[in-house]
Ligand binder design. Structure first.
Ligand SMILES: C[S@@+](CC[C@H](N)C(=O)[O-])C[C@H]1O[C@@H](n2cnc3c(N)ncnc32)[C@H](O)[C@@H]1O
Length: 403
């Protein structure tokens, strides 16, 4: 709940009045204290009550008191998402949580990091701030680093992790990383974890063994679990378990968590013996309620090309090999790929491929997240990212390990 200066808590009764309006009852002395605190904090009464009520209802697993304004096109999905996000203290006061420090490897443009931080909006829902705080981040791609610092406002080291691993802090509560997957990916060359890039997961193993975080989260393509990658998969699991952690791994379908995309990714979550075991987040949607491409993109249909908003698209003609799929309006988008060389999926209605802003929507990035670089660079960053909304749900489950 948004913190008010000089006020620890406020006791109020809120109910639906006969006219359908929300009525808030406050004792006169409480009211005086509240209004003084609101003016000191620069908040309006309406915004503060809305925020407090949303969090209270979410915490008690009750339907929201205030229906979301802007989710008219997503009725079933919207309600289920609304009841799955925004949990807070629940006793009417703000709990001040100690930051949980995070080392972020292979951070890319920051999709996973944004999910761990929270405090962003997507399709009319607010994904609340979580207490994770990145203390070290790195990526080899200079454009991804520019995007990262622009949007996350945090420092990131640009360069090869092999040269920078020595600059990591000695301690951190959590290590996260989507280790490069091109060698394993079904779109890659299938070289497995012994390939030049997937072998980079070994630097995650090294970082975990040095820093000994309480929790680590490693992400990769679901194809790692395919039978043709069995030896790679077994090796990754053996190495992680060998570090002395309980390791939970599972394939997540992003659409089940409110991302308008059928992307599947595996997450390995390791927990040390001094924290609670990891319990994966519950699905918030199912096939019947998945957010469709049209629901996610309709309001962008009339928008002209706009490089400032990353609303630019590839003019690549149909390729004989891949990337010829047209989005279907009534289902979520297909997996956004990093190495598609302009052959990204076509719009479900317009006679062009989807724009980078539309691809970012399909990946659940908020609209104010702006990517640096030209079309090709943005395509790579968006396609590489962990969808922030999926990462947020996983981060919230990781938070429970610390309770
Ligand atoms: C799957 S992406 C991670 C995306 C990121 N987790 C996100 O959510 O946006 C893998 C990242 O590893 C980076 N990478 C590849 N080789 C690297 C290296 N040697 N050192 C550091 N980063 C590297 C790539 O540039 C890419 O951004």
């Amino acid at each position: 709940m948004r913190r008010l200066r000089h006020v620890g808590y406020v006791t109020a009764m809120a109910q639906h009045g006969k006219s359908g309006r929300i009525v808030v009852d406050l004792e006169p002395e409480e009211k005086r204290r509240l209004y003084a605190a609101l003016s000191l904090s620069g908040l309006t009464f309406k915004d503060w009550v809305r925020d407090a009520a949303d969090r209270f209802c979410a915490d008690r697993d009750q339907p929201p008191l205030f229906p979301a304004n802007d989710t008219a096109t997503l009725p079933a999905a919207s309600e289920r998402i609304a009841s799955s996000i925004g949990v807070s203290a629940g006793n009417g006061t703000e709990t001040i949580q100690t930051p949980i420090s995070v080392v972020s490897m292979f951070s890319g443009c920051g999709g996973m990091d944004l999910g761990f931080r929270g405090d962003f909006d997507f399709l009319g829902h607010k994904y609340r701030r979580l207490p994770f705080q990145v203390t070290w981040a790195n990526d080899i791609n200079a454009f991804a680093c520019k995007t990262y610092s622009r949007n996350l406002g945090a420092e990131i080291l640009s360069g090869d992790v092999n040269n920078l691993i020595g600059t990591m802090p000695n301690s951190a509560d959590v290590i996260i990383g989507g280790f490069p997957c091109q060698d394993i990916s079904i779109n890659g060359n299938g070289a497995g974890v012994n390939g030049a890039r997937s072998g980079l997961y070994r630097s995650m193993v090294e970082a975990i063994s040095r820093i000994r975080p309480k929790v680590f989260v490693a992400e990769n393509v679901a194809g790692l679990l395919n039978t043709n990658n069995e030896s790679s998969y077994r090796q990754v699991l053996r190495d992680f378990i060998g570090l002395g952690y309980n390791v939970h791994h599972q394939v997540y379908t992003a659409a089940d968590y409110g991302v308008p995309q059928t992307r599947e990714r595996v997450f390995f979550v390791g927990t040390s013996l001094d924290v609670n075991s990891y319990v994966p987040p519950k699905q918030v949607l199912d096939r019947a309620t998945w957010i469709t491409a049209e629901q996610a993109l309709a309001d962008l249909e009339a928008l002209d090309r706009n490089p400032g908003k990353n609303h630019i698209w590839s003019a690549a003609k149909k390729s004989p090999e891949q990337g010829n799929r047209r989005l279907r309006a009534e289902r979520p988008g297909y997996t956004i790929r990093a190495e598609c060389h302009g052959n990204i999926q076509f719009h479900y209605k317009l006679s062009r491929r989807i724009s980078m802003r539309e691809a970012a929507r399909i990946q659940s990035f908020p609209d104010d997240f702006v990517f640096e670089g030209g079309l090709r660079e943005i395509e790579r960053q968006v396609g590489n990212a962990v969808p922030p909304v999926l990462a947020w749900h996983i981060a919230r489950a990781v938070l429970d390990c610390f309770k």
